[in-house]
Design a protein. Structure first.
Length: 395
């Protein structure tokens, strides 16, 4: 709740509420954060016990995790495949509800025990309307008030964020960026996007959709993206673009995982395609680094598994396009949280305001050994042109 709303509800002056909130903040009883519009100050009570649920929604699969505090007990679920139909969200919402209900049953908790559920979305999310932005990838989701629907059906508070922002928050708190106050996280998957952390806080911009580097034009004579732009980063360097390029060269069966594995093994064609993608990503990042001068750029998503094959061209492009006094203070690293980054970011969305799980390396950071890792075997990659759409991250 904002301080202005607290003042109206309590019938007190804003200055009185400000003084009370400041005193409670000093004693650690409340958490103060900036609202989505950058102007309001949001206030929430801290908690020392409770359950936080994180859900990572992707193009066709959902994962969930439950963390119980203060002990940090972690319960994971098997990934749940979602509907192949993108024209309506009803079936997918039903599947997410079943997934979370099963998770709570496995963890032995009830909705009353849950502090909140964080939802990571593979699409741009408008923080003002609390709606997913309309895109060709998931058209049916744009009309659905997903957050209030899930909150009503599950009986828990729900907060949402796009996956690149969620992953950026997780990396800043527990991953590669835990030692710095500002970073840019690049989600390099079947789509491309970025999340920005500035002065220790997630930067969303006025609409909540800051970081859409996937639709920055790189070559105005390049291929057309389904967003309508020509030669943007997603059309040139996304996972889907790499698969399309490989197919155009005659390998019609290549998957993104196979292209990455071949590149790591030194195969010339795959290495060339991924190196080119890295160069394009570096070109787009050059503008971001030149403007923000972050201490750290984190590369995440499936393409990060290509290692130096992709990071070296990114670093070279940054060095070529950004003056040294700026880029010299920015280091480039691969995600420390890997496939769990967006999932843990969903946890952080809820846990941080309550002040739980704030230690640098919590005991639950790594998944239980018994949980099978998410892989291409448990997720269908997008097979049509829609996967180059305006999605910011996983698909």
């Amino acid at each position: 709740m904002s301080q202005a709303m607290l003042a109206r509800t309590a019938g007190l002056s804003r200055q009185t509420v400000h003084n009370v909130v400041h005193a409670l903040t000093v004693t650690g009883q409340v958490h103060v954060d900036q609202g989505a519009n950058g102007r309001e100050t949001l206030v929430s009570l801290r908690a020392t016990t409770g359950v936080v649920i994180g859900v990572d929604l992707r193009y066709d699969v959902a994962r969930a995790v439950l963390i119980e505090f203060p002990g940090g007990t972690r319960t994971d679920t098997e990934p749940t495949l979602l509907s192949a139909a993108r024209d309506a969200a009803t079936e997918d919402i039903d599947a997410i509800v079943r997934l979370v209900e099963r998770l709570m049953a496995d963890g032995g908790v009830t909705p009353a025990d849950v502090l909140g559920l964080g939802l990571s979305l593979p699409q741009p999310y408008d923080a003002r309307t609390r709606l997913i932005a309309p895109t060709p990838l998931m058209p049916g989701w744009a009309a659905e008030p997903v957050v209030p629907l899930l909150a009503e059906r599950l009986g828990v508070a729900v907060v949402a964020e796009n996956d690149a922002n969620a992953a950026a928050l997780a990396e800043a708190r527990w991953g590669a960026g835990r030692d710095c106050a500002d970073l840019v996280y690049v989600m390099a998957a079947y789509g491309l996007g970025a999340g920005i952390v500035a002065d220790g806080r997630l930067f969303r911009g006025g609409t909540g959709m800051a970081g859409e580097i996937g639709h920055v034009t790189i070559d105005d004579r390049g291929p057309v993206c389904t967003c309508g732009k020509r030669g943007d980063l997603s059309s040139l360097a996304s996972g889907r673009a790499l698969v399309n390029q490989m197919r155009a060269l005659g390998d019609t069966r290549a998957t993104l995982d196979e292209i990455i594995a071949s590149a790591r093994a030194g195969e010339v064609l795959s290495s060339r395609l991924i190196a080119d993608a890295g160069r394009y990503i570096g070109m787009a990042l050059a503008h971001v680094v030149g403007m923000l001068a972050p201490s750290l750029v984190v590369l995440g998503g499936p393409l990060a598994a290509a290692g130096n094959v992709i990071t070296d061209p990114i670093a070279a492009a940054l060095g070529d396009m950004v003056i040294h006094p700026v880029v010299g203070g920015t280091r480039l690293e691969v995600s420390a949280l890997g496939d769990d980054a967006a999932l843990l970011g969903a946890v952080a969305l809820v846990a941080e305001p309550y002040g739980v799980g704030t230690e640098a390396s919590p005991s639950w950071l790594l998944p239980p050994v018994s949980r099978p890792p998410h892989s291409a075997a448990t997720s269908r990659a997008p097979t049509d042109a829609r996967s180059d759409s305006t999605e910011k991250g996983h698909s």
